[in-house]
Design a protein around this ligand. Structure first.
Ligand code: HEM
Length: 453
């Protein structure tokens, strides 16, 4: 079937890395722990489009803004479940993120859930988001050194759990990881690993890991089914309530959606906040402007109202810029709806696909002057208007773009506003940004000491 076609485009005219090894492919220098950053390095040498081959699997990468904008044309291209996303089918099934375009449950669930993600729906979630942020503040008030990515993960997982399903993982209360979180992280790591290890190696050496993976998946399903059972009849207006009362989705699909939201809804936002905090800890002039805005908009209010979060335009630009440099979901696949030619010279047959490498697209010097510099003013309205369309895509593109965008932005702006107003963020001057790659990107080993102002 077209959506599943794995054969890539006619690659004869497309450059590839220099040291291509017969049979094995482009394995020279391929690091297993940082495939995104390795591919970004290739892009610097090979240009806006190139291929990499691993054994018989050849992938076309698009790293230039012009070609990425062309792939955003919904009349010619649609989502392709590329590598890392397809590997999550065991976990997300036909949930929104991992559904194939033609699966009827995608449209059914999209229609049921869309109203739960509008700006006005966020108004209803605001007070829960404020409560969860207050838990972070309680922890940071102790003045201890904090592992930023770990704390942001607590914040975002707790938020989606409580706002989406009325469920608390007790992230800020527990001293050890919640078993659900352990099973989720474990199964994601296993699924991700299947894209970088050879099937034969897994078969020979991976039995125990496979069995653990199956236990993790069964446990996730058991916990979520229990939450769903406990909510039957009571419904409510959160995501789960909407799904239960719609009568449109079967039980297995609702379970898939809950797991999907927990996975898709926390790591990406957590990484975005962590990168933003990293850049803030390095740019006192940005902190100063952000604080002036927060003071002006929030005044002396103990906690902000919903509208006061939406009005933090400069803080929002800080997030936009952090997501430009490190889009925490670093790529997505696009497949041809019909036979077509990309960039006027690369023929693609129906179903053939390419992977958009976002951190490189977001650094294309044709569009972004001094692309490596952190500068939130790039997102001032006049700057945005002056840029071509479809060149900034941290939330993906088209009808399969991120449904949780407003959710993530409200949650993250609220959190950044809260901590910037309350603390001086003292980082270690020796820290050099190291980007860890799992399913998403996040700063590794980034510690801060929050000091009450
Ligand atoms: C900064 C935070 C986030 C980023 C960078 C992000 C990024 C993305 C991207 C790039 C896609 C498209 C993937 C593709 O084309 O294969 C996507 C889809 C999706 N995201 Fe997000 N996301 C974020 C937050 C969230 C949140 C908070 C939720 C839920 C509460 C969420 C739920 C989803 C879902 C369900 C999809 C699939 C939509 C569909 O195909 O219908 N995301 N996200």
């Amino acid at each position: 079937m077209a959506a599943k076609a794995m054969d890539s485009m006619d690659t004869t005219a497309i450059p590839h890395p220099r040291w291509r090894v017969p049979l094995l492919g482009d394995v020279v220098g391929a690091g297993r722990r940082t495939p995104v950053q390795d591919t970004m390095a290739q892009a610097r040498n090979l240009g806006p489009i190139f291929t990499r081959r691993f054994l018989r699997r050849e992938i076309v990468f698009v790293a230039g803004a012009g070609l990425a904008a062309e792939l955003a044309d919904e009349s010619r291209f649609s989502k392709h479940l590329a590598l890392g996303v397809e590997a999550l089918r065991d976990i997300g099934g036909d949930g929104l993120f991992t559904a194939y375009n033609e699966e009827p449950n995608w449209k059914a669930a999209h229609d049921v859930l869309l109203p739960a993600f509008t700006q006005s729906a966020m108004r209803g979630y605001h007070s829960t988001m404020v409560d969860v942020t207050a838990r972070l503040v309680e922890k940071w008030d102790r003045g201890e050194v904090v592992d930023v990515s770990a704390d942001m993960t607590k914040l975002t997982l707790e938020t989606i759990g409580q706002v989406g399903f009325g469920y608390s993982f007790e992230s800020f209360e527990r001293s050890s990881t919640h078993p659900f979180v352990r099973a989720m992280v474990g199964s994601l790591a296993y699924a991700q690993g299947t894209t970088t290890t050879l099937p034969l190696v897994r078969k020979l050496f991976g039995r125990a890991a496979r069995e653990q993976y199956e236990r993790d998946l069964a446990y996730l399903a058991e916990v979520v089914d229990e939450v769903i059972r406990s909510r039957r009849g009571t419904h409510g207006t959160d995501l789960l309530g909407l799904m239960l009362s719609s009568g449109e989705l079967d039980d297995v699909n609702i379970r898939n959606q809950v797991i999907t939201f927990l996975v898709a809804g926390h790591e990406t936002t957590s990484g975005a906040l962590s990168f933003a905090l990293h850049y803030l800890s390095r740019h006192p002039e940005v902190v100063e402007r952000a604080r002036a805005e927060i003071d002006a908009v929030w005044g002396s209010a103990e906690v902000p109202e919903f509208e006061q979060v939406a009005k933090l335009r400069y803080v929002r630009r800080v997030l936009d810029e952090a997501l430009r440099l490190w889009p925490t979901a670093p790529g997505y696949g696009r497949q041809a709806r019909e036979d077509t030619v990309l960039g006027g010279k690369y023929p693609m047959r129906t179903g053939q696909w390419a992977l958009v490498l976002l951190p490189s697209v977001h650094r294309d010097p044709e569009v972004w002057p001094t692309p490596e510099a952190f500068d939130p003013d790039r997102f001032a309205p006049a700057e945005v208007r002056a840029r071509p369309g479809h060149v900034y895509k941290p939330f993906g593109t088209g009808e399969r773009a991120c449904i949780g965008r407003q959710f993530a932005l409200h949650e993250a702006t609220l959190a950044l506003g809260t901590v910037l107003r309350r603390y001086d963020l003292v980082g270690s001057p020796d820290y050099r940004l190291k980007v860890a790659e799992t399913l998403t990107l996040k700063p590794e080993g980034f510690m801060l000491t929050p000091r009450r102002r």
